[in-house]
Design a protein around this ligand. Structure first.
Ligand SMILES: Nc1ncnc2c1ncn2[C@@H]1O[C@H](COP(=O)(O)OP(=O)(O)O)[C@@H](O)[C@H]1O
Ligand SMILES: [Mg+2]
Length: 257
């Protein structure tokens, strides 16, 4: 495992945690989910946060995504300390900067793909026609321009996750945080989702990928290894896995319609 070279002064940090700890109280017992975490996420990079189940990955993602606040330590977005902000201020920052993708897709079941994607814009007060235009554009970006009227139950798992990615993109975030985005998918659908995330990264979006899967983690250019709530090491990925290449070389019987 190679050491990470000291980043040059020109590398622009978009998200940073400084000495972040997070503990939960559960039936009188204190669980230290994160401890002393110093993490830097650089603008435009694709980075994996990798560790086994229970190591604190989701907790860390919720904290860098401003969905949750640390017990101690600071979180900086674009160099600005968000620790003292109100819930409303955090929500506004989140909507502007960050898109989330979760393992379980979290789509509304009795709602079309397009309406699911429009939802963040409804909360943002965007008018109907503009909402529709942007939702369709986001669905086209993930290759689902022909599925706008489908309900989640009429879509495969991979397609549902792509709807969730479109929903994450509709506010035009500069950062996408994806927590085990391939965890509920077959291998081909997982590779398709990775291809979309790599494509978004190539278009300038910062991508943070949370995974327990070494092969998935290697789609990023850098891996941060976490164990028992602490960052243990960092690694520059020597031979990055390219999802578009994997799709090209997958045996035909695995390539479903
Ligand atoms: N809301 C919570 N209440 C109590 N303990 C929690 C809560 N969320 C997470 N934990 C604990 O914190 C640790 C890290 O959890 P998590 O961040 O979900 O790990 P990972 O995503 O790597 O599987 C685990 O021990 C988990 O049980
Ligand atoms: Mg998790």
């Amino acid at each position: 495992m190679s050491a990470v070279p000291e980043p040059g002064l020109t590398r622009d940090v978009v998200l940073e945690t400084v000495d972040v700890c997070k503990s939960y109280q559960l039936e009188g017992v204190v669980v230290n989910a994160l401890c002393g975490v110093d993490l830097r996420i650089y603008r435009g990079e694709m980075v994996s946060i990798m560790g086994p189940s229970g190591s604190g990955k989701s907790t860390l993602m919720h904290i860098v995504g401003l969905l949750d606040t640390p017990t101690s330590g600071r979180v900086l977005l674009d160099g600005e300390d968000v620790s003292q902000m109100t819930q409303n201020q955090l929500a506004a920052l989140r909507n502007k900067h960050i898109g989330f993708v979760f393992q379980a897709f979290n789509l509304l079941p009795r709602t079309t793909a397009q309406a699911n994607v429009e939802l963040p814009l409804v909360y943002g007060g965007v008018a109907g026609a503009e909402r529709a235009r942007r939702a369709i554009e986001a669905l086209e970006r993930v290759g689902l321009g022909n599925r706008t009227g489908h309900f989640p139950s009429q879509l495969s798992g991979g397609q549902q996750q792509r709807v969730a990615i479109a929903r994450a993109l509709v506010n035009r975030p500069s950062i996408v945080l994806a927590d085990e985005p391939t965890g509920n998918l077959d291998s081909k659908s997982g590779v398709e989702v990775m291809a979309i995330l790599q494509d978004l990264n190539a278009q300038g979006i910062t991508v943070v990928l949370v995974t327990h899967d070494d092969r998935i983690a290697r789609h990023a250019e850098r891996i941060v290894h976490i164990l028992d709530g602490r960052i243990r090491s960092e690694e520059i990925v020597a031979e990055r896995v390219l999802a578009a290449e994997e799709l090209r070389t997958m045996p035909p019987q695995e390539v479903a319609g």
